[in-house]
Design a protein around this ligand. Structure first.
Ligand SMILES: Cc1ncc(COP(=O)(O)O)c(C=O)c1O
Length: 396
């Protein structure tokens, strides 16, 4: 066993919360205003400035942000949204919330991101079959940006909007822009394990005024204007109109206070993630048992996804994860593709082999711990455990 017996368990994820975050939350708790208010508005302004988008809309999860974005772009019953099966449940469930159907297309084996050639085939076959496509929903898996130039070109050619699932992808540059600002709307997650966190939370970035104003209304009950200060401001009126059956998706000031501090630390947190990913790439280079993640372009390094090399080991991925756990290391799997989940499988009659690349990657992938508060010693221990497991179970 590679781990020293006295060594502490290294969890798969751990948030980086310091005294500044504690003080910011405490200040809100003492302020007399807990829910959406001035702190959330400041967080939105600062986030829009950070990613260079015209609008940023704070919401209580990326799931909510994806739902609102699709709704604002006119996704509706009996239409189609093209997306990847190689993602978390949230990406596709929001399509179903609106009564539309996800049309899964396979991924690129090198990047794990949606394959633009497969998107093109899906657009063409929908056109031929008279099925209306109302959005394309790519996911920047692990924080590695999709080929947005090609996806954007296809979307324009077919007159279809693009919503980026950028849940893993803050902050990562694509040329002089940020992933999440390259489509009609982009949605970031601030879930506890993400690159910056508010516990639970998310942000929609968009340059489109119509999308922003629809989301602003729909995230708070379909009310026609900002009414968050209706109980305390001397000018605010208690009178308002409800113009649509909206949702309850607003972000609290408590969460936004955390988010503002994390946003200010984003470069520092990214630098540490990059350093750790770089160490893994160095330490694991040339190892026979595993394939390393694609790292040729800028990356937010939310996840570090290895793949067991076919035929190289006498154990499978599940057993590999058990070996790491026995050595004091938590690992995870991203993803079990959605076409294997019973709801999608049964509703759309999908078979495992319908998406061969997703199927193959999902059987062989595991994610190593990667977060800014990992010490250099912990990174070394994880790499040593991976190397030790590969050596112990090398085939032949
Ligand atoms: C690719 C992807 N999209 C969306 C989400 C949903 O994020 P949230 O938990 O903020 O709703 C997740 C969450 O892990 C995710 O991995």
């Amino acid at each position: 066993m590679s781990a020293r017996p006295e060594a502490r368990f290294i969890p798969f994820a751990r948030p980086s919360i310091g005294t500044e975050e504690e003080q910011a939350v405490l200040a809100v708790l003492r302020s007399g205003w807990l829910t959406t208010g001035e702190v959330a508005a400041a967080f939105e302004q600062e986030f829009a400035q950070a990613v260079g988008s015209r609008h940023a809309l704070a919401v209580n999860s990326a799931t909510a942000g994806l739902h609102l974005s699709l709704e604002s772009l006119g996704v509706e019953r009996e239409t189609v949204v093209i997306t990847t099966p190689y993602t978390f449940a949230a990406t596709a469930e929001v399509i179903r919330y609106l009564g539309a159907d996800p049309l899964f297309v396979d991924i690129d084996a090198a990047t794990l991101n949606i394959d633009p050639a497969a998107v093109e085939r899906a657009l063409d076959s929908c056109r031929a079959a008279g099925r209306r496509v109302t959005a394309i929903l790519p996911v920047h898996v692990a924080g590695l940006p999709c080929d947005m130039a090609r996806i954007g070109g296809l979307a324009r050619a077919h007159g279809v909007p693009v919503v980026e699932d950028a849940a893993h992808a803050f902050p990562v540059r694509v040329g002089d822009r940020f992933a999440g600002t390259l489509g009609d709307a982009g949605v970031y997650s601030f879930y506890a394990t993400k690159t910056i966190t508010t516990g639970e939370g998310g942000m929609v970035a968009t340059d489109r005024d119509d999308v922003a104003s629809r989301i602003r209304i729909m995230r708070l009950h379909g009310i026609d204007r900002d009414i968050w200060n209706r109980y305390t401001s001397p000018q605010a009126s208690w009178r308002y109109d409800v113009v649509a059956p909206g949702f309850k998706y607003n972000l609290t000031d408590i969460a936004a206070a955390l988010g503002r501090v994390q946003l200010a630390r984003a470069d520092e947190l990214l630098a540490r993630r990059r350093h750790i990913a770089g160490r893994y790439l160095e330490l694991l280079a040339g190892l026979d048992g595993v394939e390393l993640p694609h790292s040729a372009v800028e990356h937010a390094w939310h996840l570090f996804i290895l793949r067991i090399r076919d035929g190289a080991l006498s154990i499978d991925r599940d057993r590999f994860i058990e070996e790491l756990r026995a050595g004091g290391i938590g690992a995870s799997v991203h993803f079990i593709p959605l076409h294997l989940m019973s709801y999608y499988r049964e509703r759309y009659g999908l078979r495992p082999q319908d998406f061969p690349v997703s199927l193959d990657c999902s059987r062989r992938c595991l994610s190593l711990p990667l977060y800014p508060s990992m010490s250099d010693d912990e990174v070394q221990r994880v790499a040593a455990a991976v190397i030790g497991t590969c050596r112990r179970f090398a085939s032949s």
